[in-house]
Design a protein around this ligand. Structure first.
Ligand code: ATP
Ligand code: MG
Length: 333
């Protein structure tokens, strides 16, 4: 059942989350300006190094989806018909000529150049012609626009994961920001009554199934913000209560062994239903990518990491239950 938090605790926790959101998480005007300057500088580098090439710059990820902070990196997707640029070492060389520190990850599912601009002090991940994330960015923008609680709630979750060192899929073997965001959004979809809607079509059409079979992804979803705004008004749960219930859910209620988090469907699926119960460790955390539904966003975390993440949920829940503060659960690991 709904084990409530004492009203006083719930109110003060909500106030603490909002305070952190307003003073430390909401991106500063300065940081937005620095990002703009960086993108201009980057555009100039491209024109200088590849004169006459038509290359479009698309910014995606948290600097545009509403779920970034002043310190978030800038995620950039370049689109161009000059496919030779898909060899990211070419871009790497160009950036280095302009004093950028770079590091290539050429063999990833999405090859990227990781860049650090020592002058503007800003990090960037750049890919070429990999447009899939532009669509999930638009999806997250839509969720953020539907209800005013989404942005502070998701930022509060992300901040906690970064402080507790469980937000590093590539090097830490935990979960990516994108996986955490999926988890947090899905949680808001599964409130009763729900705070967020399901944006994807209920069942795949036969046609869509065929496209999938051809290795194509169905990119459609409901992005009619005008129609969706205020969807969550039937639910009056506070940020404090939501965070507390989120921790409880993943500390004690979610069945890591059998369940799959599906934002696409706005509910839990079973591992068996997705065929994810065979050929992989049963304790792995399953979070379905909403567009490329065969991908598990939790794949980066092994059994031991999942146990660690679960202990973090339990720790946060216990602290809040016993009257602790948001700052306390975010104590640097
Ligand atoms: P942060 O503020 O931590 O940078 P972020 O959302 O920008 O958060 P990144 O790890 O920088 O997270 O990823 C950038 C974007 O790339 C995500 O917002 C998402 O749109 C996309 N992305 C990341 N991982 C995946 C994935 N496994 N599948 C599809 N898209 C992904
Ligand atoms: Mg990012």
């Amino acid at each position: 059942g709904r084990a409530a938090l004492a009203t006083g605790l719930e109110k003060s926790l909500t106030a603490q989350i909002l305070h952190t959101y307003e003073t430390r998480l909401f991106p500063s005007a300065d940081s937005i300006e620095v990002k703009r300057t960086f993108i201009e500088k980057f555009a100039t580098i491209l024109v200088t190094e590849f004169p006459g090439w038509e290359v479009d710059i698309h910014v995606f990820g948290s600097s545009v989806n509403g779920l970034g902070t002043s310190r978030s990196d800038v995620d950039i997707c370049l689109t161009t018909e000059h496919r030779e640029l898909e060899d990211i070492f070419l871009l790497n060389k160009a950036l280095r000529k302009h004093n950028m520190r770079t590091y290539c990850i050429p063999r990833a599912r999405v090859p990227i150049v990781k860049t650090w601009d020592p002058e503007l002090r800003i990090a960037s991940d750049i890919n070429v012609n990999n447009t899939i994330a532009l669509h999930n960015t638009r999806m997250l923008q839509t969720f953020v626009a539907v209800d005013g609680r989404v942005r502070p709630f998701v930022l509060a979750v992300k901040h906690w994961t970064k402080c507790r060192d469980i937000n590093d899929a590539a090097f830490g073997g935990t979960l990516s920001s994108y996986a955490w965001v999926n988890l947090a959004i899905h949680f808001l979809q599964t409130r009763n009554p729900p705070i967020l809607p399901v944006l994807h079509p209920r069942a795949r059409s036969l046609n869509a199934e065929k496209c999938m079979a051809l290795g194509e992804v169905d990119l459609s979803f409901n992005d009619n913000i005008g129609q969706l705004r205020e969807f969550g008004r039937g639910n009056s749960e506070s940020l404090g209560f939501l965070l507390y219930a989120f921790f409880r859910t993943y500390a004690y209620e979610f069945d890591y062994r059998t369940q799959v988090v599906s934002l696409r469907n706005g509910c839990y699926l079973s591992k068996a239903q997705k065929g994810w119960d065979v050929g992989r460790p049963s304790r792995i955390f399953c979070i379905e990518e909403p567009f490329s539904t065969w991908l598990n966003l939790g794949h980066s975390a092994n059994t031991i990491a999942v146990e660690g993440i679960r202990r973090e949920f339990q720790r946060a829940f216990t602290i809040l239950r016993d009257g602790g503060s948001y700052d306390q659960i975010c104590e640097i690991y």
